[in-house]
Design a protein around this ligand. Structure first.
Ligand SMILES: [Zn+2]
Length: 434
């Protein structure tokens, strides 16, 4: 709740604490002064000079008043935000334990995670500076010839929409941050952002070309990305010039869609015949699509955002990376867990107890569904979460419990299910992979 309020406050701050008004005020004052100077210089007589200066007084005073007023507004908005920040964070009671930092000895690992995060976010300039500064000192000697010329390195990034002000050169990369990998990743992510930017501008072709080039890998992953993109292109053309803003020609509209479908859908017949049939039949209803049974397929309000998300996912997976930055996920999950951790540590300190569980958190962390990557099983007998060493097992009767619990219940090689009358042999209990 506090976070939502804070987000609103940030929005308010960005809305009201803009210095652009003040800059405009100053520009107006400068303009007035410049005009006056020109007039004085042109006339070159004392009478005009004094008259111009007298005339200048009031407008300048007014200008300065407006400027002060605008600056006051900015200052007020900043003060308000400061209060909002204090209010939002004062609600967190207790302090975090600082005596033990499990990541202390893993500085290189953390630096690597940060560098990777910046690279995959497309912040190449920041990543370059970060990697450079994270490098152990003192620096080896820099020879100008060891730096590839910026022009050649910039080339693959020229299409990128994200800042590419600085390029990571081999000399900048510390031994632990594998040089070629950073460079290759940067080039790869530059391509990804370039394609994403085209998608944002409703241009599907770069994404389709990428999907076609990588169709074998995508298909092996069971991905439908290429078809989804072609399907969207078909619908995009189908909607015609009034919707897609493309030139009104035989390449656009229903005819353009038909042509596009003829040229491209053939390769998807074996996997998506039903959908292709629906898309083709919709041509018959082109004049009255809203009333046709195909109405819902042609609703593409979210379609571009959806293909962009699945493109990002597939692109990252072909690079062997998750769709979301691990650092982002870890930091977000950690932030969500913080209030619980603070509460827990305050409680254990008061009771004089200690955290004893090794493989699980001692408290429940409320994470959103998108952050749950696998199921959790809590044994109904021991009330403990199962682990790799103590996995859940399913009995032939269908009841599930942790293996250690079952071993405790068993007599020799036989057990009796704690939840129903059935009995069986230990070897019949099968491990479940979550
Ligand atoms: Zn049972």
């Amino acid at each position: 709740m506090a976070m939502l309020q804070l987000q609103k406050d940030v929005e308010k701050l960005t809305r009201s604490a803009r210095l652009s008004d003040a800059v405009e005020d100053v520009d107006k004052i400068i303009e007035l002064l410049s005009e006056a100077r020109e007039r004085v210089a042109a006339a070159n007589d004392p009478h005009t000079t004094s008259l111009t200066l007298t005339k200048l007084q009031n407008p300048i005073r007014e200008g300065l008043d407006t400027l002060n007023n605008d600056l006051r507004n900015v200052h007020k908005a900043q003060k308000d935000f400061e209060k909002a920040l204090k209010a939002a964070f004062s609600k967190t009671k207790g302090t975090l334990p600082t005596d033990h930092d499990p990541m202390e000895s893993h500085e290189t690992l953390i630096n690597r995670a940060i560098a990777m995060h910046l690279l995959r976010e497309g912040q190449f300039g920041v990543a370059s500076t970060f990697i450079n500064e994270a490098q152990p000192q003192p620096q080896p000697q820099h020879e100008p010839s060891s730096h590839p010329s910026p022009a050649t390195l910039q080339a693959p990034l020229s299409r990128s929409v994200t800042p590419t002000d600085e390029i990571i050169t081999d000399a900048d990369i510390p031994t632990d941050l594998n040089a070629w990998q950073s460079q290759a990743l940067q080039t790869a992510f530059a391509e990804m952002y370039s394609i994403l930017s085209s998608l944002k501008n409703r241009d599907l072709f770069p994404a389709i070309t990428w999907a076609r080039t990588n169709c074998a890998e995508l298909e092996a992953r069971g991905s439908n990305l290429e078809f989804e993109l072609c399907k969207l292109q078909y619908i995009w053309l189908f909607k015609g010039p009034s919707f897609n803003g493309l030139p009104d020609s035989s390449q656009n509209g229903v005819l353009g869609a038909l042509q596009y479908g003829k040229e491209n859908f053939g390769r998807f017949q074996h996997r998506h015949l039903k959908e292709i049939q629906k898309l083709s039949c919709a041509l018959l209803y082109s004049s009255n699509l809203g009333m046709s049974p195909y109405h819902s397929i042609f609703d593409i309000t979210q379609a571009f955002e959806e293909v962009a998300a699945s493109f990002t996912r597939e692109f990252c997976s072909l690079l062997g990376l998750s769709a979301e930055s691990p650092l982002y996920v870890a930091a977000t999950a950690g932030t969500l867990a913080l209030p619980q951790l603070v509460k827990y540590t305050t409680m254990t300190k008061a009771k004089g107890t200690e955290w004893t569980t090794a493989n699980e958190l001692a408290f429940e962390t409320p994470l959103p569904k998108s952050m749950m990557y696998h199921s959790i099983f809590v044994c109904p007998v021991s009330k403990e979460q199962t682990t790799e060493a103590n996995p859940p097992v399913i009995l032939p009767c269908g009841h599930v419990l942790a293996r250690e619990s079952l071993q405790k219940l068993a007599k020799g090689s036989r057990y009796k299910c704690p939840y129903c009358p059935s009995e069986g042999l230990m070897k019949d209990a099968k491990e479940i992979i979550l």
